[in-house]
Design a protein around this ligand. Structure first.
Ligand code: HEC
Length: 275
């Protein structure tokens, strides 16, 4: 066999070995279906409260007078306040910035980049000569809360365009990050949220990663305020004493791209509340 044939053969092997995002998604969903046959796909939007019947009761009580309501109002005011140049967020976001949360992150063909909604908000600000907002809490979380509220009930619909190999590469990177062990405890996201989903770790039941991107931004009682998905993911890094990634870094945007694609078809229901 000559070198060319060998490399061709290797390419065929690696093609067989690497599953497509669609295959990944089917296997991911099957894993949880087997683990939790009582849950429908919609139930995963409720995070751990889909599994924890006792906690579900108090969560539903909190949701009757939700502590994120103020953040939605503040977000709406920010959203409708013009920039110094009289332009608005609605001038640079698709669909005037409403009912779009379930479509993010998306692959931007011009920038060749995974764009999360938080990044799109800051890109809009930059375009209009406004300073970027910090990514974990505060105004960005309020803006996201307003947009999320207008997106409720829409099914998560993330696309990885086949004609864009770099989009697939970003997805693969996100997937790798998800399964990579890290930190002093040497855990991966999947150690807790796939293998041990539904089991207890200290005082907490572990949620499935299916649906993990559906409820953001979220008011956490622990934070006493509303925060972003990347804020929460950074928290999980702290629990395993891992190096802390930066919110909206390539690593976390690609991770979000992977996680959101896994959750396609689940209704978006942010903002929400969690312990
Ligand atoms: C040591 C176990 C552990 C590891 C490892 C871990 N997490 Fe978590 N995670 C938790 C616990 C505990 C909670 C709070 C209870 C719950 O919702 O699962 C949580 C909550 C979350 C939530 C919020 C869910 C919701 O409904 O609001 C997200 C999102 C999340 N984790 C993502 C990740 C990602 C991504 C990784 C990998 C970078 C990761 N976690 C690694 C333990 C872990």
């Amino acid at each position: 066999m000559n070198v060319w044939h060998f490399s061709l053969l290797m390419a065929v092997f690696s093609f067989i070995a690497s599953a497509s995002p669609q295959q990944d998604q089917a296997l991911f969903k099957q894993h949880y279906e087997k683990l939790f046959p009582q849950l429908s796909l919609n139930d995963y939007a409720d995070g751990i409260y889909a599994l924890d019947e006792i906690a579900r009761g108090s969560w539903q009580t909190i949701e009757e007078f939700p502590p994120y309501e103020l953040a939605i109002e503040q977000g709406e005011t920010l959203f409708n306040t013009p920039f110094k140049n009289d332009k608005h967020y609605s001038d640079c976001l698709p669909n005037k910035g409403l009912a779009i949360s379930h479509l993010y992150p998306l692959w931007d063909r011009t920038q060749n980049k995974v764009i999360t909604l938080a990044l799109a908000i800051n890109q809009c600000r930059k375009k209009n000569n406004e300073a970027p907002l910090p990514y974990q809490k505060g105004e960005i979380a309020q803006l996201l809360a307003h947009i999320a509220f207008t997106s409720r009930g829409k099914l998560i619909d993330i696309k990885i365009p086949e004609s864009a190999p770099l989009a697939l590469a970003a997805y693969e990177q996100g997937k790798q990050y998800y399964y990579q062990r890290r930190g002093q405890l040497n855990f991966s996201c999947s150690s807790c949220h796939v293998q041990n989903a539904g089991k207890k770790i200290r005082a907490d039941l572990l949620s499935p990663s299916l649906g993990h991107t559906s409820n953001w931004p979220t008011y956490r009682l622990k934070w006493g305020e509303i925060g972003t998905l990347h804020h929460r993911i950074i928290g999980c890094h702290k629990q395993i004493r891992a190096e802390i990634p930066t919110a909206q870094s390539d690593a976390l945007r690609h991770l979000e791209y992977f996680l959101s694609f896994m959750s396609n078809g689940i209704p978006f229901n942010g903002p929400s509340t969690r312990k």
